[in-house]
Design a protein around this ligand. Structure first.
Ligand SMILES: Cc1cc2nc3c(=O)[nH]c(=O)nc-3n(C[C@H](O)[C@H](O)[C@H](O)COP(=O)(O)OP(=O)(O)OC[C@H]3O[C@@H](n4cnc5c(N)ncnc54)[C@H](O)[C@@H]3O)c2cc1C
Length: 403
């Protein structure tokens, strides 16, 4: 592990409240960085990456021993397929480019696994057809007849399906390991990462943590769905809340059995902006509200993907709340598994793991960027696609700070 090198503090002319508590010689002796980032999830690390590239000295602090937030609880999916044309898509492609640069250097296995969206109902099939009709011939997606589905994914119940949409634009990485590996790699590039270190007060030129006080010109808070400790009034004023999700993982499938792509069901279609302009979307929603009322109540849609050990990660539900739920729900798990089983027959159905994750939620926005104090940014993804977008969001913020 590389050793962090700390530069001396050069006292800034702008003195915030916290810095007034320190004598000039105390300030001068503090370890100083151009930028201090709170949070070592994907958002914090993406900012660290771009700041490091811009020549800034960077300290990242995280309260956990290892990142434990949404960035390790997801599907490990770069969901380019889910983006609407325009800014969403160009940001996702920009971020993908960063992942492709970083992954081989950081030892993250990034695979273009593709995605198969399955249609059980005529309304779903209609949306898929309209989506394809809106694309040019050179696009990376196409409609698949039921008889051809098994060429793309194993276990697919061809007899129960009307067809599918194949899209190459989905990438898989190991979500449990990726952020740790990226943090380790960033440290070899000179970024300092302090874990088990809680940021208690963020008032540049001073940031007070549970592990000492540090100096900086700028701070960026990338605390995910944690709004209660730093700048709670700013988050409250922005109206951001939380979304809680339930996830499952099977026992490893039999040796050699490969699902291959990400599998998405028809309940995913209304959740992704990519399909929102399809004329049949209104009919699809009406059908789902009638036929899938229990699923809609819990915000359930089905995504399945295979991990390196052969297990299948399956999700998820969406509960929008500002209070964490006390209990996981067996009923939600049952519904998720039922819906997957309607279109895919997994050889191994035993569930080994169940977990919950949370992300920040603000309807109608992809990302929340706040400036709650002088020289402080607070940045959090609010659309549940931070793994796909973080590097592009961070690139823009660092450009704003450095220009
Ligand atoms: C179940 C689930 C499935 C998902 N699937 C996908 C997917 O497949 N593809 C996709 O693109 N996105 C997906 N997402 C969304 C994505 O995971 C999130 O948008 C992203 O991980 C958010 O990253 P973050 O760095 O903002 O937050 P987090 O990963 O939550 O990191 C925040 C960090 O801040 C730290 N922290 C908070 N407060 C402090 C403090 N005061 N001091 C120090 N440290 C602090 C925490 O310890 C934590 O490590 C999914 C999310 C969930 C929950």
């Amino acid at each position: 592990m590389p050793v962090c090198k700390f530069a001396p503090l050069f006292a800034s002319s702008k003195q915030a409240k916290l810095s007034d508590e320190y004598a000039p010689d105390e300030l001068f002796s503090m370890k100083q960085f151009d930028l201090i980032i709170v949070g070592a999830g994907i958002m914090g690390l993406a900012h660290a990456y771009h700041a490091n590239r811009a020549g800034m000295s960077v300290l990242v602090v995280d309260r956990s021993k290892h990142a434990q937030g949404a960035s390790i609880r997801n599907f490990g999916m770069l969901a380019v397929i889910a983006q609407s044309e325009g800014k969403q898509m160009s940001d996702a492609l920009r971020a993908l480019n960063d992942w492709q640069q970083i992954a081989p250097k950081a030892g993250v296995d990034l695979q273009r696994s593709g995605c198969l969206v399955l249609a059980q109902h005529p309304e779903e099939q209609a949306v898929l057809e309209e989506y394809i009709a809106s694309k040019d011939n050179a696009s990376s997606c196409r409609l698949i007849k039921p008889s051809q589905l098994s060429q793309f994914a194993n276990g697919v119940r061809r007899d129960k399906l009307l067809g599918g949409l194949w899209n190459e634009n989905a990438w898989k990485f190991d979500q449990r390991q990726a952020v740790s590996k990226i943090a380790n790699w960033l440290q070899t590039k000179g970024v300092c990462c302090l874990f088990s270190t809680e940021a208690e007060l963020v008032e540049p030129p001073v940031v007070k943590t549970s592990n000492g006080t540090y100096g900086c010109n700028t701070a960026i808070v990338c605390a995910g769905d944690e709004f209660s400790t730093l700048f709670p009034e700013s988050f409250m004023a922005a109206g951001v809340t939380q979304c809680e999700l339930q996830m499952l993982r099977t026992h490893p499938q039999p040796t050699g059995w490969k699902l291959n792509p990400f599998i998405l069901g028809g309940l995913s279609l209304p959740r992704y902006a990519a399909f929102s302009e399809c004329p049949s979307m209104a009919d699809l929603k009406l059908m789902q509200e009638a036929a899938y009322a229990d699923y809609i109540k819990h915000g359930i849609h089905v995504i399945a993907c295979q991990e390196a050990d052969g297990s299948i990660t399956i999700g998820d539900s969406h509960t929008y709340t500002s209070d964490s739920q006390l209990h996981r729900s067996d009923e939600i798990d049952r519904l998720i598994l039922n819906e997957l089983n309607a279109s895919v027959a997994l050889p191994e159905l035993r569930i080994d793991q169940r977990w919950r994750g949370r992300y920040a939620h603000l309807p109608g926005t992809d990302v929340l960027k706040l400036q709650p104090a002088d020289n402080v940014w607070a940045v959090t993804m609010t659309n549940g696609q931070g793994m796909t977008h973080a590097f592009a969001v961070a690139e823009d913020i660092i450009r704003d700070i450095t220009h």
